[in-house]
Design a protein around this ligand. Structure first.
Ligand code: HEM
Ligand SMILES: *[C@@H]1O[C@H](CO)[C@@H](O)[C@H](O)[C@H]1NC(C)=O
Ligand SMILES: *[C@@H]1O[C@H](CO)[C@@H](O)[C@H](O)[C@H]1NC(C)=O
Ligand SMILES: *[C@@H]1O[C@H](CO)[C@@H](O)[C@H](O)[C@H]1NC(C)=O
Ligand SMILES: *[C@@H]1O[C@H](CO)[C@@H](O)[C@H](O)[C@H]1NC(C)=O
Ligand SMILES: *[C@@H]1O[C@H](CO)[C@@H](O)[C@H](O)[C@H]1NC(C)=O
Length: 328
């Protein structure tokens, strides 16, 4: 006979297994019958766009990240409207690539109408962006559906800011099922793309009230170039490369720069230089700085993990016709 404890345990097991199933519903061959050319279509669009604007690869990868951390990977970041995620602090004046996603979506629609979600398009676009910038290939699990709501409050709450401590950033990753290894690995995405003065100017003149630049920014030439680029009352939207050594390549220069005290964002440099890092992330930064291959391999793994955050599957959500608005 089952006791009530046994019964609730049986339920617990059943429900846990259902959750696991929900997660494993993404499959790499999801569109093999309904949109067999999906990858080729996205690939061709990415090749075309980064030929004229290499930075777009970085911008598209960031869109996928900022999508997944808010209500899961459900393309909620793409929704227009004043209450959209686009206007949340981590995205306003910085999230970019929306027009490119529109073009990819129309190319996909004209070949296979109404079957491919915008959330999956973001995941595949991010993958080709990494690959064509020098990263490793990986299979992208597919089958996500698009969400019905944007969550601006969620974007402000869940997305990490460059001024946060390593502990706080790690907690934000843990809130979506990622761990401190993923923090280091995925921060390696800052090997390409740009950041605006507003996101690191606090380090340049009077860092934490010290009347001096951040002492962990060791390259004095870099400090003076950045001070000229980002004067105290200058335009906070002025940008510079996150990785000065190879602006457009997906490589491990980012980690080498951290070891040399040349990380641009405070949230980058803390992975190596903070007290917290000594017992947590510093050794991994050192490993990646010495071994390009291990970083590229681990990056694939963490990307798949990030792409699996709370996907809508089955009959949840919808397949949006236009990535900017929910279907009527
Ligand atoms: C660890 C916590 C993170 C923080 C605090 C952070 C913060 C930032 C900031 C402040 C910028 C500059 C935005 C701007 O000024 O326009 C940026 C850019 C970027 N981030 Fe992150 N980020 C983090 C993690 C990630 C992750 C996990 C990814 C992707 C896997 C990523 C990919 C990028 C890319 C590619 C850019 C350049 C975008 C472009 O050039 O358009 N970041 N990040
Ligand atoms: C918005 O995101 C927050 C943080 O993840 C969550 O608690 C909340 O339920 C979300 N709201 C909606 C409407 O999805
Ligand atoms: C870290 O998180 C705590 C709790 O949310 C907050 O009070 C604190 O201001 C955060 N610290 C930084 C530097 O963001
Ligand atoms: C983080 O998760 C990965 C699996 O995705 C695991 O291999 C790794 O050891 C974990 N790291 C920590 C610090 O728990
Ligand atoms: C530097 O910051 C501290 C604390 O915020 C402030 O008291 C001090 O006046 C600032 N120094 C200058 C030169 O602005
Ligand atoms: C990066 O650039 C700096 C300054 O130009 C240089 O000193 C350093 O050796 C470079 N590092 C790599 C790994 O190329």
């Amino acid at each position: 006979m089952m006791t009530s404890n046994n019964i609730s345990f049986a339920w617990f097991v059943t429900i846990s297994m259902l959750c696991l199933l929900a997660n494993s519903q993404l499959t790499t061959d999801f569109y093999s019958k309904t949109c067999p050319n999906l990858r080729t279509i996205v690939r061709d669009q990415i090749i075309k766009v980064i030929k004229t604007e290499p930075r777009m690869a970085a911008s598209l990868l960031r869109l996928h990240f900022h999508d997944c951390f808010v209500n899961g990977c459900d393309a909620s970041i793409l929704l227009d409207g004043a209450d959209g995620e686009k206007f949340a602090l981590p995205n306003i004046n910085s999230a970019r690539g929306f027009e490119v996603v529109d073009s990819i979506k129309s190319a996909v629609e004209s070949s296979c109408s109404g079957v491919v979600s915008c959330a999956d398009i973001l995941a595949v676009a991010a993958r080709y962006s990494v690959v064509f910038s020098g990263g490793r290939r990986y299979d992208v699990p597919l089958g996500r559906r698009d969400g019905l709501v944007a969550n601006q409050t969620g974007a402000n709450l869940m997305l990490p800011a460059p001024f946060e401590t390593l502990g706080n950033i790690t907690r934000k990753f843990e809130a979506v099922g990622l761990n401190i290894t993923d923090v280091v690995v995925l921060s390696g995405a800052h090997t390409f793309g740009k950041a605006s003065c507003a996101t690191f100017r606090n380090r340049l003149f009077n860092f934490s009230g010290t009347n001096a630049p951040d002492s962990t920014l060791l390259d004095s030439n870099m400090v003076s170039v950045l001070q000229n680029l980002c004067p105290v009352n200058g335009d906070g939207r002025q940008t510079t490369a996150l990785d000065w050594n190879s602006t457009e390549n997906f490589d491990n220069h980012y980690f080498r720069s951290l070891v040399n005290g040349r990380g641009l964002l405070e949230s980058d440099q803390v992975l190596y230089s903070s007290d917290e890092a000594i017992s947590t992330t510093r050794s991994l930064v050192e490993l990646y700085s010495k071994n390009w291959q291990i970083f590229l391999d681990d990056f694939k793994h963490s990307m798949v993990k990030m792409g699996n955050i709370q996907p809508l599957t089955g009959s949840s959500g919808e397949i949006r016709k236009n990535c900017r608005v929910v279907n009527s």
